[in-house]
Design a binder for this molecule. Sequence first.
Ligand code: SF4
Length: 422
Amino acid sequence: MASQRQINVGGVLIGGGAPVAVQTMTKTETADLVATMAQIHRVAEAGADIVRVAVPREQDAEALKTIVKQSPIPIIADIHFNHTLALKALDAGAHCIRLNPGNIGGPDKVAEVIQRANELGTPMRIGVNSGSLPKHLRDLEFSNPVEALVTAAVEFVDLMERLDFTNFKVSMKSTSVPNTIAANRLLSERIPYPLHLGVTEAGTKWTGSLKTAVGLGTLLADGIGDTIRVSLSTFHAEEEVKVGWEILKALKLRERGPVLIACPTCGRLQFDMDTVVVEIEQRLAAYPDPIEVSVLGCAVNGIGEARHADFGITGAKNEGLIFSKGEPLRKVPTEQLVDVLFEEIDKFYKADKTIVKDAREAAEGAEWLAKIEAENEGEMTPERLAAAELAASEASGGGEDVLKVVLDESASPTAGRRFTRA
Ligand code: SF4
């Protein structure tokens, strides 16, 4: 269930139907202002809406005063064990404080921090971690780790409400993907507050991204989760932000920059697509709009499933085709495919986002494509097999034993609930 409450973290709305916010955490020593600010700028450029910094020492709380003033995005101070640091971070102007009420030194100290947050109007993130549950839940953690996490979170929510504080979001972190999914599903039914999602200590860029995409993707597809952090074992926090965005883009929850679609390749591949795809991905990073660009490894299928792409390329041994929205634009030598693709994209922007088509070049391209399609007419490619299966299913009238799935590829699983941030 989507969160009903909304909080405002330095101008970024979280919960209550606001776009899912992407956040990360700096990996520098916070008091090292040069390094920390450089990383904050890098993550902001990569699209982080919010960034968290660790505040384990006095000098970090001191540095926070400058960081908050200089940062282009809101700052969350991450505090453990020391309520004095939480008070100092609040006074330094942090836009949000993350703390675990279970490790801050007892209810009185929690109350002191909450009172100050209330006075300043600063929101909090109340975090519960599977590795640091309160002592009375340790047995339950052993028998039912999901219930233990949820119980801890609900107890902290009750504590906040007893202190007349509702300006918070909640996170429950576990290294287990199934437990993360089950716990957040349960908690979303029990509390109205925004949820911060993450899989803790997920791992390297490869395994961590996959685990997080599975865990967070499952929840987000159910409409659960208001802000996300991808935790990866890399010093480059901007990589976490990029993965976070890919998860949201894949679910069509938010848009940012171009979407690259590439066929998986097979034995019909006609050119060096590996390097071409990497080059296109790198060059597309300079474009802010969510244009869709498709790369097909051969022209055997024609333009096929890439018909909806704003721009695309497909190649044969010596020549390839640039196309747009299913229509050929130009035929070019294979080694020029990428450069000419970007020429066409740049022309589109110069012409106020309209496709610029030369009739003669387009006709040449169409002729080239028709020839290749004709030469390979009977060949069963993966795309043609899929199309044949769909046609067979439709022709059968969808009897009881036929699974008929009608996909709206542009629809988000939570369409209507969330809105793309302009
Ligand atoms: S047949 Fe399909 S998967 Fe194989 S190279 Fe061509 S477009 Fe790619």
